[in-house]
Ligand binder design. Structure first.
Ligand code: WTA
Length: 661
């Protein structure tokens, strides 16, 4: 694991970037965040967090302890407090007289719409909670949710939270196999899914993947199915239940289960450096405190007047923290959209912004770059003047995309918040504060008030301004992961062992002359494709599980649109090797293997390119030198190959590739 400047070409201009954009006086005058927030956090960090926890969260039993860090890296926050996440996200707004405020403007891909107020949401969540309880779901159980971006997805998550059952949302784009392993790891009792959802103009089935995932031995007893598309659906009597039958019959009154602050709220699986996805565990009190605090300050939310839209799917952490918990805790009105940005036309997002007068918009750099490619005359057709804050998340945003976002979408006026965080951190950690920070295109800049981060060298020493190193977090934070589900040792090994007493994020970073942080990409074997985390090992093990493949090595190569793209090098088994001799045969091998990866993990993991090679470059100890393969994948001169066990391998690979041209 070294800092090898792997995304060097893409980052070169980033590191020469010197433009800054100070906040306008108008914005600054009305901003939620102000200098006092920074000062308070600096004066007494723990008291600051206790105050945020009291300000943004309603407690059934107030906490008296803020942080217990006596057994690092296992933290507890607000430990003796009791609360309920769904009560905080929904009921308290109704109790405060805001029941008529729209919580969700749902926009289906085919154009169907539905607006749900906080009072509606309270009824729906209560009914769903009663329904789940009637099916035997209890406090402490795990429920897997495998749904499209529809209102029921939000309701299902909150219904689990209401009864104190941990949800584990699996992105609808993951395959049956991926779903099966997550269900097994979480020990889920129940799955909530849909017949299907709309994507790219057609109904895509979801339920068959659930049926396949549950074949054979499974901990799952019941499957609740939302009818979204109305398509034909196989049915297992005694196991499958329609959501509408169940929920419509359920009582609209439900008393939330008050849980301890450290009660599990959810498990979310994410890719790590090894083959098995990790179940990242988040608990209740600290997570809610930080998601609400960040959503309020980073997006400058004015709940009465703003319309907020985060384009993330609930299958990812961004959907958990900035579609469900952060905005709903803050009583925001938001848009959720089911489909793709170019269905039925490439202006769909901008049309939605115009229609609902979206004022706060949160998306990913890959989406911005895609829209740049489509051309600025497309957003130019819509009225985007309602926008007042623009957010970015998922990967570094290159200065060109940042400038385009600011000029074309933000009317040269809306501040951009480039937010760095992870599934593990639960909430935003490093970001400009609109109204306070002079923003810089491509930099996430400063840890938020209350957060402590550093860039260190191999010896865990802070690097001076102007230098690069590894991003670490050097104080616990409220929404930090509490561990990896069922594997405390892996939690310690993965995050707390690289540097003593420091949380190692896995990202390279640089501090500029002002001390602002610029993220430089992953320094481990995790790839970032369209803002989605994929593990090289996971895709390699999917490839070698195919009968034609003897060995595989996967790298992330830089890609203009998706940030990185998956490039796989495979050695075929002898009995299949002949296949790849002809151009046609080799195209066929590629297609077969791409489909196989889609089946094993999901379409998002499909390699962009699969190269059949005779050998793989390995060190004498047998470790694949991915750095050299990345050079090949990015059409660069191959770097230092002197540590290879067999130095002719790279020539063999190059010859093979050029022969096929
Ligand atoms: C990357 C997504 C640069 C980073 C919330 C991190 C970023 C990984 C940024 C986490 C950003 C996320 N600038 N890189 N603003 N935001 N990343 O768990 O490599 O899906 O470690 O969480 O995405 O991805 P995850």
């Amino acid at each position: 694991m070294t800092l090898d400047a792997r995304q060097a070409p893409a980052l070169e201009n980033m590191l020469n970037e010197t433009r800054t954009f100070p906040p306008s006086t108008d914005f600054a005058a009305q901003a939620n965040a102000h200098q006092e927030l920074i000062d308070q956090a600096q004066t007494d960090r723990l008291e600051f967090w206790a105050e945020q926890a009291r300000k943004h969260v309603t407690w059934k039993v107030p906490f008296t302890k803020t942080l217990d860090w006596s057994n690092p890296p296992f933290a507890t926050w607000f430990e003796d407090g009791k609360l309920n996440a769904a009560y905080n996200a929904v009921d308290r707004h109704v109790a405060a007289g805001n029941g008529d405020r729209v919580a969700l403007h749902f926009e289906g891909e085919p154009g169907d719409t539905r607006s749900v107020t906080y009072a509606d949401l309270q009824r729906e969540v209560s009914r769903a909670a009663n329904a789940l309880a009637a099916l035997g779901v209890q406090t402490g159980d795990r429920v897997v949710i495998y749904l499209p971006m529809i209102v029921e997805a939000v309701v299902a998550m909150l219904a689990c939270a209401r009864i104190g059952a941990a949800h584990s949302v699996v992105f609808g784009g993951f395959s049956a196999d991926a779903l099966r392993s997550r269900i097994a790891d979480a020990g889920a009792k129940l799955v909530i899914t849909a017949d299907g959802g709309y994507r790219r103009g057609r109904a895509t089935a979801l339920k068959p993947a659930v049926d396949e995932a549950l074949s054979g031995e499974t901990p799952v007893e019941k499957v609740v199915v939302v009818r979204r598309t109305g398509q034909d659906t196989d049915w297992t009597d005694g196991r499958d239940v329609w959501w509408h039958d169940l929920v419509e019959a359920a009582d609209i009154e439900h008393t939330p289960v008050w849980v301890d602050a450290e009660h599990p709220l959810f498990i979310l699986y994410t890719s790590g450096t090894t083959g098995n996805p990790k179940g990242i565990l988040h608990t209740t009190g600290g997570y809610l405190t930080q998601t609400a605090y960040t959503h309020y300050n980073v997006f400058d939310l004015k709940a009465e007047t703003d319309v907020y839209w985060c384009t993330a799917d609930i299958g990812w952490i961004t959907g958990h923290s900035y579609v469900v918990y952060g905005p709903l805790l803050n009583g925001a009105t938001q848009v959720i959209y089911e489909g793709t940005p170019d269905t039925p036309h490439q202006g769909r997002w901008w049309e939605i912004i115009e229609k609902y007068k979206v004022s706060l918009f949160y998306t990913a750099p890959t989406a911005i770059r895609t829209c740049m490619k489509w051309g600025e005359d497309i957003p130019g057709k819509y009225d985007l003047t309602s926008l007042r804050v623009l957010g970015s998340v998922g990967e570094s945003i290159n200065p060109e995309a940042w400038m385009w976002y600011r000029r074309v979408i933000g009317g040269d006026n809306a501040p951009i918040v480039d937010t760095w965080w992870q599934t593990e951190t639960g909430a935003i950690m490093i970001s400009p504060l609109p109204g306070l920070t002079s923003t810089k295109p491509g930099s996430a800049q400063r840890p938020l008030p209350g957060i402590s981060a550093e860039v260190v060298n191999d010896n865990a020493e802070a690097v001076p301004n102007g230098s690069g190193g590894y991003l670490v977090l050097n104080e616990p934070w409220p929404s930090m992961l509490r561990g990896i589900w069922g594997d405390p040792q892996r939690y310690i090994d993965t995050y707390w062992s690289r540097f003593k007493d420091l949380y190692f994020a896995g990202d390279g970073a640089k501090k500029d002359d002002d001390g602002d942080v610029w993220l430089l990409g992953r320094v481990d074997d995790v790839m970032n494709v369209s803002g989605h985390r994929l593990s090289t090992m996971e895709i390699e093990s999917a490839l070698v599980s195919h009968e034609a493949v003897a060995e595989a090595a996967v790298v992330g190569a830089s890609d203009d649109t998706t940030g990185q793209a998956v490039v796989a090098f495979v050695i075929l088994r002898e009995d299949h090797a002949a296949l790849a001799q002809s151009e046609e045969g080799s195209a066929q091998v590629q297609e077969t293997l791409r489909a196989h990866v889609a089946k094993e993990i999901g379409p998002i993991a499909k390699p962009r390119t699969i190269l059949v090679v005779p050998e793989l470059p390995k060190t004498r100890s047998g470790k694949i030198m991915r750095r050299l393969l990345r050079d090949v994948a990015e059409n660069r001169a191959v770097g230092d190959a002197t540590t290879l066990a067999d130095s002719s391998v790279m020539d063999l690979i190059a010859d093979g590739l050029s022969a096929r041209g």
